[in-house]
Design a binder for this molecule. Sequence first.
Ligand code: GLU
Length: 506
Amino acid sequence: MIHSGEIIVLREPISQFGRVSEHLLKFRLFCIDGVAVTVRTRFAPSPTGFLHVGGARTALFSYLEARANNGVFILRIEDTDLERSNPESVQAILDGMNWLGLEFDEGPFYQTQRFPRYAEVTQQLLSQGKAYYCYCSKERLANVRVEQMKQGLKPRYDGFCRDRIDIPAGIQPVVRFRNPLSGDVVFNDRVRGAISISNEELDDLVIARPDGSPTYNFTVVVDDIDMAVSLVIRGDDHINNTPRQINIYRALGADLPKFAHVPMILGDDGARLSKRHGAVGVMQYRDDGYLPQALLNYLVRLGWSHGDQEVFSLEDMIACFSIDDVNRKASAFNTEKLDWLNQHYMRTLPPDVVAGHLLWHFTRAGLDPGQGPALSDLVAVQADRVKTLHEMTEVSRIYYTDFEEFDAGAAKKHLRPVAEPALRTIRERLAGLQGWKTEQLDEIIHAVAVELGVNMGKIAQPLRVALAGTGVSPSIDKTLWLVGRERSLRRIERALEYIVARAPEA
Ligand code: GLU
């Protein structure tokens, strides 16, 4: 016999049971490895496109609230809309979660695999008189609607089949939930505060379509009960669904979870964030060269703050986050801030971590990282100089593959006969150098400048154009270091040939 409030030790994650017995559900207190789990959150996307930034932020908040409370984070794919859901979108969601590093503890669960369970609960509600078959035709419903509008009433189902006794032949009925006719639904949203809706505002919701397929407001409740979700975090576009769902919880005799409806994200221009604002899919940010650490940090600050702190590692977020501190006002996207964070993380994360992400861009660009400096060395030099990993890849091509031609303007300006002696001397010294450290390279260039009596600029720029093909690259010692010995010697040789070939006939 289990007593209320007692900790129940489960040997497997709870959702592995497929359905938690009613017995366990009454207690809502679980234990994993000896520690009580009281917070269970979930992210429940519908796979009808990519994982967009709004969804990713909801996922992040749900993840953080679970982690901050030693809880469990569940991923559930709400794929019952067979026409709009597709496997590519499921994959896009999984890829997005994976790239962001939002690890879930249970799932992914697929609603399409739970149809028998929804049918079972529908039958239960029907047999208890808490749901009923509705045979109303579309035409009848449309007429009722028109009539209600004429009278200035809010259109809603008029309850025609609620207590109907006759069963019309040849009609596949829908199943409607018998919503209470009076009273109020009251709940305390963790973000929005107290919310109260009169049942007179709500009508009898369709929970199963004529073909038996269940609808969103019903499946979400069955799942959240079965998966013992204790806190539902979702976008505030769902806030009107919540009172309906609460009535279903009550009809099923289940305890209510807590709810937290997070505000939407707006574009820079104040309109709801959409494709027209540019990237809205999480993976597009990867493609554009952002680090997941930067995007996560950016997303957590959209609607949540902790003093005036701007930079949060995932560990910091877990330590500081509480859903109760989320702002109820919508927050606006700000690309400049994201760029700033991206650069911050490129500079401050361990270079090998950044290099791991850079590798993806190299592969996409067809660059072989084996043909040049270690990517972590590259990151150490380039992180300060670019805003994104995409940009880093583009400006670093020259360290992995030869450039076609010198930039015409830079060559005209710097690859001239006056530069020839310095380039020749440097080439010689470099060829004889033991080792290839930046300090040694720097020393050689300074020594040659002194010996030939020319200033550094007169040496560095021709050398830079010789090595990089353009007049822009990191400091000259670092450029040499990245280009590497063999390639540097070859490229200086090529520059010398270029100078000679263009020198006026003697
Ligand atoms: N599947 C719903 C959506 O993607 C979310 C449902 C929920 O979180 O309750 O909008």
